[in-house]
Design a protein around this ligand. Structure first.
Ligand code: HEC
Ligand code: HEC
Ligand code: HEC
Ligand code: HEC
Ligand code: HEC
Ligand code: HEC
Length: 439
């Protein structure tokens, strides 16, 4: 049996290395695809030419344009990328004329009804979605909006990589690529497998040569000869005491682990994803159309609760979009009958715990995705985190307080630095005190 041991070990190492290699290759491919996608994006951004459209460029006009854009147009338009309406980047270059834009913003349906070819083309392209009419905006105000759009476009073109920078302090999403680039990792892994294969071959050669040599000499005692000639005997191994012990031990350990795991999971609803009364998709709204979370969850930056949007918020768009869809009809029914839509609550802490969104999102600067997962990719929202006390505490121990530009923390940071204990963590401002989280 002795000669088989090194062989089995080599085999084990070999399979291990093989499986490692496999996961790494698939990860590398993902990373490559991502890089490729980012690359093409940057390419198009850089391709934007910089011609002046004779639009206002002074600070006062631009800032008026910005506030007008934010209050009137932002719910349907983005500078870059489609929302409900087209991206407004470079619109002054592609639309027939500045006058056309002014007329279109004043009353788009009039322009469309007049048979204007360009207007009808985009109207068809956007599924006959009616743009709100803004008859009260003056020509100058609309020019200011266009000036603001142009300035933002230039800013985007000047800093094409901003979106690709892993800016969030929490490091979510970027966590997989640490240190060594994936392609290097692959080369290292392949080299490792080759080396292991070589060792395997050499070992096989050595054992056969040794066996031959010993047999040729032929001056072995009977007992030793048995060992040399012995072939691998599965039956004996299975019946041996150490083997039985090992199998019993491993099974017991697995059962123990499963029981403990399930006991800990009592009251935990991670992954909970109930069916909602209306087939509302975050993937469509927050992902594809990139509607800001804050647009619907209006309280998330300023209060304890994030809020679930009332049907009125849906109606900002669905007065005009997909009006015939039976799912959208349910929104109309709710408004007509004056009854709320009965969304099923997913995240729910027990009443004894206090959690405040504004504190985490606005003050702490934490992304929604850190706690809720990639909501913008969910067709149906599922609870992504544990929501246990240990989960809260763990993050409070690890996370630095976002003190930048927050005067409230200036004195505290000074005192803390004087003590020389490293970065100010949530733990250091009392984030582990029972009364902060418990009423
Ligand atoms: C209710 C959603 C909505 C709002 C609010 C809105 N738009 Fe639009 N807009 C659209 C849609 C949809 C289109 C595509 C044409 C169509 O379907 O009528 C469009 C088209 C346009 C176009 C033509 C784009 C092109 O590609 O040529 C311009 C310019 C425009 N909007 C400017 C504005 C401005 C400026 C505001 C704010 C004052 C604004 N829009 C507010 C929905 C909206
Ligand atoms: C167009 C409106 C809209 C936008 C934009 C939106 N949501 Fe929602 N969100 C809803 C509605 C409606 C519900 C309730 C139905 C459901 O759970 O799908 C909801 C539910 C949720 C829930 C679960 C609430 C619970 O019951 O525990 C979370 C978490 C959430 N949204 C996070 C986000 C995040 C993060 C974003 C931005 C990436 C976002 N939402 C963008 C409308 C919106
Ligand atoms: C900022 C605009 C906007 C808001 C606000 C909005 N939606 Fe939408 N919604 C859209 C767009 C755009 C589509 C895609 C239409 C299409 O596929 O042509 C859509 C599609 C849908 C659909 C799919 C309809 C179908 O049959 O394909 C449902 C359901 C829906 N929305 C529900 C809601 C609910 C509920 C709310 C309020 C919580 C809401 N939406 C708020 C823009 C909006
Ligand atoms: C630090 C973690 C954390 C972050 C960051 C966070 N949430 Fe939450 N969210 C929670 C917890 C915990 C609950 C459950 C609260 C409760 O039951 O009182 C919750 C509940 C919700 C709900 C259900 C309704 C409500 O108000 O309780 C919505 C919607 C929601 N979050 C949306 C968001 C959005 C949108 C963002 C980003 C702007 C966000 N959350 C950021 C932890 C977080
Ligand atoms: C992703 C990390 C993270 C998670 C998860 C998290 N917190 Fe926090 N929490 C923070 C940060 C960062 C701050 C500091 C915000 C600030 O600057 O005031 C904070 C602050 C707080 C504060 C105020 C502390 C003080 O001394 O002012 C309370 C209360 C709190 N969190 C409760 C909770 C509860 C309850 C949960 C779990 C349901 C939770 N947090 C989960 C990061 C987190
Ligand atoms: C960062 C916020 C936070 C802090 C600090 C905190 N807790 Fe909690 N605690 C929670 C949350 C959230 C829950 C609910 C967890 C759940 O439902 O699984 C909880 C649950 C509990 C429970 C369980 C109640 C039950 O019904 O199961 C007890 C007991 C408790 N906490 C005691 C304490 C004590 C004592 C301290 C101080 C040493 C403390 N907590 C500090 C957030 C906190």
């Amino acid at each position: 049996m002795t000669q088989n041991r090194p062989l089995t070990r080599v085999f084990l190492a070999f399979t291990l290395a093989g499986s490692l290699l496999f996961t790494n290759i698939s990860r590398a491919q993902e990373a490559d695809q991502q890089n490729a996608a980012e690359g093409t994006q940057q390419g198009t951004e850089q391709a934007a030419p910089a011609t002046d459209g004779g639009l206002p460029a002074d600070d006062a006009s631009i800032s008026e344009g910005m506030s007008l854009f934010n209050s009137n147009c932002k719910s349907c338009h983005k500078i870059e990328g489609k929302l409900v309406g087209p991206a407004l980047k470079d619109v002054h270059k592609r639309a027939p004329s500045i006058d056309w834009i002014v007329d279109f913003v004043h009353n788009s349906s009039k322009v469309i009804a007049s048979g204007d070819a360009y207007a009808n083309k985009i109207y068809e392209e956007y599924n006959k979605t009616q743009m709100t009419a803004f008859p009260t905006l003056s020509r100058q105000q609309i020019l200011n909006i266009l000036g603001y759009i142009k300035q933002e476009t230039d800013a985007l073109a000047a800093a094409p990589t901003t979106t690709a920078v892993p800016g969030d302090a929490t490091g979510q999403g970027q966590g997989t690529d640490t240190g060594i680039p994936a392609s290097y990792m692959n080369i290292i892994m392949i080299a490792l497998v080759v080396v292991l294969l070589l060792i395997l071959v050499v070992l096989i050669l050595i054992t056969t040569v040794l066996k031959k040599y010993i047999n040729q000499k032929g001056e072995l005692e009977e007992a030793d000869k048995e060992i040399v000639d012995a072939s691998f005997n599965i039956n004996a191994v299975v019946k041996s005491k150490p083997f039985i012990f090992l199998v019993t031990f491993i099974s017991a350990a697995i059962v123990f682990k499963v029981v403990i795991h399930n006991l800990y999971a009592v009251g935990i609803q991670q992954g909970y994803a109930p069916k909602q009364p209306i087939a509302f998709s975050h993937k469509l709204h927050a992902g594809q159309y990139e509607i800001d979370c804050n647009y619907c969850h209006t309280g998330v930056r300023k209060s304890k609760n994030a809020n679930i949007p009332s049907p009125n918020i849906c109606m900002n768009c669905h007065v005009a979009i997909k009006t015939e869809s039976p799912e959208i009809q349910k929104i109309y029914a709710a408004i007509e009958n004056d009854r709320p839509i009965e969304w099923v609550r997913i995240h729910n802490l027990p009443d004894l715990a206090y959690f405040n969104h504004a504190q985490h999102v606005e003050v702490g600067g934490i992304e929604c995705q850190t706690c809720h997962g990639e909501v913008q990719e969910m067709e149906v929202v599922a609870q992504a985190s544990l929501l246990t006390m240990g989960w809260c505490i763990d993050c409070h121990r690890k996370t630095d307080v976002n003190t930048k530009g927050n005067e409230y923390y200036d004195n505290l940071v000074e005192l803390h630095n004087a003590e020389g204990k490293g970065a100010l963590k949530v733990e250091d401002i009392g984030g582990l005190e029972c009364s902060k989280c418990h009423y």
